[in-house]
Write a new protein. Structure first.
Lengths: 486, 96
């Protein structure tokens, strides 16, 4: 069971050159996944039979000189993307036995591109968490040190890519759920612009913030997978009808003259000293590549976390009202009446953090508090967005740390919700403003991976991927793997 | 601002959640912390700022023609239902 360090790009090329078959790749992945479950718990469901069937089909296509851009490449999906005929749990007891009746658009598009699904990846319950500890199926552990969390909510995705159980996974990001686990696990992740990737079949948490993306080893792989996922979908009313550029084109172009802004607010007192050093070293690499750095201040950014913890729970309380124990999902035993059915089904089906967010949302939307909290937060959200607009009039990209510290120990932050929420202090603002953002491995602090965050203006995915790719041509942080997994 | 036990119970009822009495103090405490934390927004000066409901400014909500586009997947969808009979969802008796 040797580790396969190949990227999506390398696997796709090897498959196309018939150096390896998809069935061989899948047969190599499955036992490693199985063996990792007791230590990492990255998967909720492994779809071995379907994967082998899909791999055989991909091999036939490739043998005939056909097959999509990802033909035969094994991937995983975060367990909140609906997969027809396959259990889709969203990390919750509520959906423990839910078998999705249709495919999410992202799943259908990647399948059409030839990708082979190995299984569904573990996550914080309904994507509400920053440590993967809220999953009903148990926490995922960080491959760099299994006493630590992998981050969340896409913790299973990041851990699986970091341990090279698979080369790439789909993920979602509502307040940092792609970037933060990518940073904690030393892998590359991109959250595209809001509306870039269809939300159809993506189980909703906060609909004005949720966005699907990719976690992979490299920016080039992110570009390759995103190219097959992104684009207009009439089934998502907030999907944007803009053409999808070829994200792979121009990745190697020089970076000279690119203007990079450093947000003063992201280099605050909460940022750990060693983490900051690694980020500044990464920025020096960009400077050597010809980019120009300047410092900027966006005064409303520090209000991102409180604004988010009004907007996201408000949307969550509304979205999760659908779980009523009637049409699908968990139902309590022997309900006395309809109210009892609703209340007990929901209370048994949801975990503590989900209940807390539903109640926060219910509170901020309730009569007498709506103006003071919800409307106020939406006004602050506009101020934050305007701050970014001003910044992008002066610079092409913003860069800074993805998180204030590297991965923390299991249980270290679960006692106080605010301590946990503040872990997303640098990632949340991009969601409020709908901006594309990435996390790229840029070194180690205390032996743990550090993430460089790159934020761009709306629909500038290509610019982010280009900068990240050029950085990865100069550095090898993204090729490091945890010793225990090698 | 500390939330009282009665307030927490009221919110839980609105959200159709039933909290175990043993869990109540924990929710009282954590929700009070959250309400304090988001109360910080009060200090932001937002006079004349319109609330932002959509993350892509200037993008209008797309409409579509009022036409049937989906197939009837009644049976497929009901496979996930906890209790059905004759194609109907079963719930406790509502009217005596």
């Amino acid at each position: 069971m040797t580790m396969d360090r190949r990227t999506v790009t390398q696997m796709a090329a090897d498959l196309r050159a018939r150096k390896v078959s998809s069935v061989e790749l899948v047969r190599a992945c499955l036992p490693r996944i199985e063996a990792s479950q007791s230590s990492l718990n990255a998967f909720v469901t492994v779809t071995a039979e379907q994967a082998l069937a899909q791999a055989q089909a991909a091999d036939r296509e490739l043998a005939a000189g056909r097959g999509g851009p990802l033909a035969g490449v094994p991937i995983g999906h975060k367990d909140l993307f609906c997969t027809a005929g396959v259990r889709t749990t969203c990390g919750s007891r509520m959906l423990e036995n839910f078998v999705a009746p249709y495919d999410a658009t992202v799943v259908a598009r990647l399948q059409a591109a030839g990708a082979v699904m190995l299984g569904k990846l573990n996550m914080d319950e309904f994507a509400m968490g920053s440590s993967n500890e809220t999953s009903y199926f148990g926490p995922v552990r960080n491959p760099w040190n299994t006493d630590l969390v992998p981050g969340g909510s896409s913790g299973g995705c990041a851990a699986a890519v970091a341990a090279r159980l698979l080369p790439a996974a789909t993920a979602t990001d509502t307040g940092g759920s792609i970037r933060q686990p990518a940073a904690f696990c030393g892998v590359t992740g991109i959250k595209p612009t809001y509306g870039r990737v269809s939300r159809y079949g993506m189980i909703a948490f906060a609909s004005s913030l949720d966005q699907g993306g990719v976690i992979a080893q490299t920016a080039e792989d992110c570009a390759r997978v995103l190219r097959s996922m992104a684009g207009f979908d009439p089934r998502d009313s907030t999907s944007v009808d803009n053409p999808v550029p070829d994200y792979l084109a121009g990745l190697d172009a020089p970076l000279a003259g690119v203007r990079i802004g450093l947000l003063k607010e992201f280099f605050d007192t909460g940022l750990e000293a060693d983490y900051e050093r690694r980020v500044r070293e990464a920025l020096a690499v960009f400077e050597r590549l010809g980019a120009r750095l300047c410092e900027l201040s966006l005064p409303n950014i520090p209000r991102s976390v409180p604004a988010y913890y009004v907007v996201a729970p408000a949307e969550c309380s509304s979205n999760l009202a659908r779980y009523d124990g009637v049409r699908f999902g968990h139902r309590c035993r022997n309900p006395r009446d309809l109210t009892d059915l609703y209340k007990r089904s929901r209370s048994e089906g949801f975990g503590a953090e989900v209940k807390r967010r539903i109640m926060t949302g219910t509170y901020v939307l309730s009569a007498g508090y709506y103006d003071a909290y919800y409307l106020k937060a939406q006004r602050v959200r506009r101020l934050i967005t305007a701050d970014f607009e001003r910044a992008f009039a002066e610079v092409d990209l913003l860069m800074g740390p993805t998180t204030p510290t590297p991965a923390f120990a299991l249980g270290a932050k679960s006692a106080d919700p605010i301590t946990m929420y503040l872990n997303d202090i640098y990632t949340i603002s991009a969601n409020l403003a709908g901006l594309p953002a990435m996390s790229v491995p840029c070194g180690f602090a205390g032996g743990l991976p550090v993430g460089l965050q790159i934020i761009g203006p709306h629909f500038a995915e290509q610019r982010l991927l280009h900068a990240a790719h050029r950085f990865q041509l100069e550095t090898d942080w993204h090729t490091r793997v945890p010793e225990r997994c090698a | 601002m500390a939330l009282t036990r009665a307030q927490v119970e009221g919110i839980a009822h609105l959200a159709r959640l039933e909290l175990d009495p043993a869990e109540l103090p924990q929710y009282e405490q954590s929700l009070s912390r959250i309400v304090d934390f988001i109360g910080e927004l009060e200090r932001a000066s937002t006079a004349g700022v319109a609330p932002m409901a959509h993350p892509l400014p200037g993008l209008a909500q797309r409409l579509r023609a009022d036409e049937v586009t989906e197939r009837d997947e009644h049976d497929l969808y009901q496979r996930n239902a906890p209790a059905v009979a004759s194609g109907l969802y079963l719930v406790p008796k509502v009217i005596e």
